[in-house]
Design a protein around this ligand. Structure first.
Ligand code: NAD
Length: 194
């Protein structure tokens, strides 16, 4: 049976994705730090639902915890990693810049290293339509230039794409990123893969 690591499993997308995978007979290990960016009780309720399904387990830890993440990769044999945990929000990044670097850059590096050190071949991660920044060309395309982010959140997501590309080139970790675009309201997503 396939074993998938879903980071941010208590989050909005992570919850629905984990449920879908479990419903399809895939084993899921979730990681989440249950931070208070929005109601913790909502995240707890999602995990409670998932824990009622066979083959789901969750580890409460922070992506920044280098040894902790390293051990999770060593102790498991993940076929695929879906990296959704991130500090989201454009406005929040104006008041709280440091957390974006800690979670979205340092945390992402720990995920990439885990994939590299344990031979994970497929990594899927969430980018954001915010990477298009000052780009005015419509409709948006993965071929468009995204070199002009206008928030730190967008800059970290763009950096994630570059980091993943580097790891793919160096260590042959195939990755796919998806550009979610306010899916709570519009149900729209864009994808790119390498
Ligand atoms: N929902 C959208 O419209 C949208 C749009 C663009 C991009 N995205 C991206 O999609 C992904 C998932 O989005 P979402 O809407 O489910 O967000 P969410 O905030 O609901 O879920 C993210 C989860 O990650 C966890 N998390 C955050 N920092 C962590 C850390 N340092 N260590 C461990 N866990 C941590 C949070 O507790 C949360 O449960 C994110 O990467 C986000 O940037 C979402």
């Amino acid at each position: 049976m396939d074993h998938v690591l879903v980071t941010g499993a208590a989050g909005f997308i992570g919850f629905y994705l984990s449920k879908k995978l479990l419903d399809n007979g895939i084993s899921v290990t979730g990681i989440d730090n249950l931070n208070d960016y929005y109601e913790v009780s909502l995240k707890q309720a999602r995990l409670k639902q998932l824990l009622n399904i066979k083959n789901f387990s969750v580890i409460k830890t922070d992506l920044e915890n280098r040894d902790g993440i390293e051990n999770i990769f060593k102790e498991n044999d993940f076929d695929v990693v879906v990296h959704l945990a991130a500090q989201a929000g454009v406005r929040y990044s104006i008041e709280n810049p440091h957390i974006y670097v800690h979670t979205n850059l340092v945390g992402f590096l720990h995920i990439l290293e885990g994939c590299r050190n344990t031979g994970v071949k497929h990594l899927v991660f969430a980018s954001s339509s915010s990477v298009y920044g000052a780009n005015k060309k419509m409709p948006l395309s993965v071929r468009h230039n995204v070199d002009h982010p206008i928030s730190l959140y967008a800059a970290t997501k763009k950096a994630n794409e570059l980091m993943a590309h580097t790891y793919a080139a160096l260590y042959r970790i195939r990755h796919r990123f998806t550009f979610f675009h306010s899916i709570r309201s519009m149900g729209k997503a864009r994808h790119g893969s390498f």
